[in-house]
Design a protein around this ligand. Structure first.
Ligand code: HEC
Ligand code: HEC
Length: 485
């Protein structure tokens, strides 16, 4: 069974998972063998798992008369690689029978064989396994059966956990899968130790510490996972999986890929978030979600549209925590009381209410003209190309961000807008500035700001010029050689 599951596993990163599972199984088996009472039961349950071979596998079969036979038959077809027949077989089941656990387990195996991992996850949810907590409860139950020397009851539970963890791993829920693997290995380590202590108690009498350790391991409390999960721990795993190769393990923007990227990945410790909507210039949760979900066009920051609500709940505290740590470190050494420090920390990390956005002007053409005048007279044009200017006009002045990295002002016609292309988005960029970059916040009235936004929107081409890390870097170097105006 294990090997049919492992069939789609080719990449080495799953090797450790597979190793974990085969250890789980072999320990399960090993434990069964050390439990003298129920060998009969084990042999029976093992042969159930393997499925009985049909007497004449290649001849059309009679309509089987009970659901167990149908399911077993489907399993046999599947193991012979006859997936279509296996699938047809389970269609014979009535609705009630189809939602029975043995059928759903068979369906999960079949879904694996056909690489339908989403379906495997659906079936898994139907047998009540969707969160790591469901798995934990089931593993605890299996553990108790083992301790009480009822391996035939424990076996199906471990089998389910194993299938479930594979469904999670392949269904794209790798952090949850790893949690289940870790929990399984944790139970196995405990069982081993308990078994070991039992043998030692038999040979070394009058050793109270052995009994003490054993009773501690059996104690209900010690069934909790050994690795204490702090609030952010599963989030950190998710972050490491998806973000750290660019943003760095500790969020300092120094992941392994970072040196190839221009602009560089954000350093969450030392740099501010840039695409903000709160009136105090800080990013709200939805600002972060917007950036991460849609990515930043014209940079290497990819879009992550696939993240689930639970994953957002895990990821955002990690980013906030990195940022808080960075701000805290920057405040060290200031001669301030603890209260003053706390206030300052809050002011630098807690977004206030959303910036109000005025209604869109209905005299669009006139607004564009007013905006253009403001653009020419308030200094925007010193940094930004306006249509018809030379390609590098925007970069005649060398700009640096808050970390001293060179930065390109945007060509507002042909470069993609990173913070969104709607009028509201552009309004926010102009009114609040882009924190941590030379792009300032505009001090005019809301209606003037809206006029500017309308103008910027009017000069933005639909087609943006494509760029790579290399061309962006080259553009910067070239513009530097052109020198100051
Ligand atoms: C392939 C590299 C790469 C990966 C992977 C990546 N990022 Fe980024 N990220 C970047 C770059 C580059 C920037 C900076 C772009 C810029 O400054 O214009 C960035 C910027 C950001 C910002 C700053 C947004 C702002 O408003 O200033 C956040 C937040 C962010 N990334 C979060 C994440 C998260 C969370 C993940 C993982 C789910 C992730 N990134 C994965 C490259 C990456
Ligand atoms: C001192 C130079 C400077 C001035 C003055 C300036 N900007 Fe910028 N602007 C920048 C830089 C640099 C960026 C790119 C920041 C980045 O990539 O993170 C930028 C980016 C932008 C963007 C892109 C936002 C996005 O979502 O990508 C807009 C729009 C913009 N500026 C409009 C304006 C307007 C309107 C004015 C005048 C009120 C102005 N800028 C004044 C330097 C400047």
């Amino acid at each position: 069974m294990l090997y049919s599951l492992l069939k789609p596993l080719r990449s080495p990163r799953f090797a450790s998972i597979a190793f974990g599972l085969s250890t789980a199984v072999s320990v399960g088996v090993w434990f069964c063998l050390t439990a003298p009472k129920s060998n009969q039961a084990i042999i029976k349950s093992k042969s159930d798992q393997l499925g009985s071979q049909p007497s004449q596998p290649n001849t059309p079969h009679e309509l089987p008369n009970n659901p167990q036979t149908v399911i077993r038959q489907a399993g046999t077809f599947r193991k012979q690689g006859r997936d279509i027949e296996a699938f047809a077989e389970v269609q014979l089941l009535s609705n009630d029978e189809a939602t029975s656990e043995p059928n759903l387990l068979e369906q999960i195996e079949l879904a694996f064989d056909q690489s339908r991992y989403e379906d495997a996850l659906d079936h898994l949810a139907k047998i009540g396994l969707s969160s790591p907590d469901d798995f934990r409860k089931m593993l605890n139950q299996g553990f108790r059966f083992m301790v009480e020397r009822q391996p035939s009851d424990a076996d199906p539970l471990f089998h389910k956990a194993q299938l479930g963890a594979m469904a999670l791993a392949f269904g794209g829920k790798r952090p949850e899968a790893e949690e289940v693997f870790a929990e399984t290995l944790n139970r196995i380590a405990r069982l081993r130790r308990i078994n070991d202590l039992r043998h030692r108690m038999a040979t070394s009498v009058n050793r109270p510490e052995i009994e003490l350790e054993r009773s501690k391991l059996l104690n209900a409390e010690s069934f909790a996972p050994v690795t204490k999960h702090t609030e952010t721990e599963p989030g950190i795993r998710l972050y490491k999986d998806k973000c750290s190769h660019c943003h760095g393990e500790s969020g300092a923007g120094n992941g392994r890929a970072a040196r190839h990227l221009f602009p560089s990945p954000r350093n969450f410790l030392g740099q501010r978030f840039r695409y903000v909507s709160a009136s105090n210039g800080l990013a709200t949760d939805s600002d972060l979600i917007n950036v991460i979900r849609s990515g930043l066009p014209g940079t290497s920051m990819p879009a992550f549209p696939e993240l689930s609500n639970r994953e957002w709940d895990l990821l955002l505290p990690v980013l906030r925590e990195f940022h808080r740590l960075g701000v805290e470190a920057s405040l060290k050494g200031l001669a301030l009381s603890k209260d003053e420090l706390d206030d300052l920390l809050a002011a630098k990390t807690r977004p206030t209410k959303q910036l109000d956005i005025p209604v869109v002007p209905n005299d669009f053409e006139a607004a564009i003209r007013r905006g253009e005048l403001l653009f020419q007279t308030t200094g925007c044009r010193h940094c930004h190309t306006h249509p018809g200017a030379s390609q590098y006009a925007s970069n005649r002045i060398r700009h640096f961000d808050e970390s001293g990295h060179p930065i390109l002002a945007r060509d507002l016609s042909t470069d993609p807008l990173k913070g969104g292309e709607s009028l509201d988005d552009i309004y926010r960029r102009i009114a609040l500035g882009i924190p941590g970059t030379p792009h300032p916040s505009f001090a005019g009235s809301p209606s003037e700001t809206m006029d500017l936004a309308t103008y910027v929107l009017s000069i933005a081409n639909d087609e943006k010029s494509p760029s790579t890390n290399d061309t962006r870097r080259r553009r910067l170097v070239d513009s530097s050689f052109k020198g100051q105006p």
